[in-house]
Design a protein around this ligand. Sequence first.
Ligand SMILES: CC(C)(COP(=O)(O)OP(=O)(O)OC[C@H]1O[C@@H](n2cnc3c(N)ncnc32)[C@H](O)[C@@H]1OP(=O)(O)O)[C@@H](O)C(=O)NCCC(=O)NCCS
Length: 150
Amino acid sequence: MSQIQIVPMDERHLPALAEIERACFHAPWSENALREELGKGLFLVAEDENQTVCGYVGCQTVLDEGYITNVAVSHDFRRQGIGRLLIQTLTERAQQAQLAFVTLEVRASNDPAIALYTAAGYEPVGRRKNFYRAPTEDAILMTLQLRDAT
Ligand SMILES: CC(C)(COP(=O)(O)OP(=O)(O)OC[C@H]1O[C@@H](n2cnc3c(N)ncnc32)[C@H](O)[C@@H]1OP(=O)(O)O)[C@@H](O)C(=O)NCCC(=O)NCCS
């Protein structure tokens, strides 16, 4: 892996993030939708030594609950451990923020992402029937418990 830094999402990242969203997802977040998250929750960006955006993870928070809304690594930077580093860093920040758990949805056929989340300690806790469109597919709901429910 080249020299990768994980930094908070900033205005300067937005065009690159929107481009990766369009490359990866059927319903991509626009630059404006990403901008709405600036300064809120936990949106982290991986950039290399040239400040090229390699990937990102976005997590909204409500009280002590985290909900991962976006995870992607740019095609040219995959399989170098950047997704793992983003999820690990998000977990550390979520612990520091005293979140009770972090949850997410993933397409049932998305083996790379499911493997990434499983290795990071996420467990399947449910299934949302026909949650995704184009193609229609179930979502697997996965959760990482950070502290015991009180
Ligand atoms: C899922 C994604 C973020 C993984 O990013 P990445 O930087 O390539 O992942 P890493 O190199 O950190 O891999 C970490 C682990 O994830 C799993 N993994 C990642 N890519 C994989 C693949 N193509 N096949 C199988 N397992 C994979 C492996 O367990 C891997 O560990 P290993 O390299 O020791 O085997 C990336 O493939 C991506 O952006 N996909 C498109 C967008 C997407 O589907 N996002 C998730 C939406 S819920």
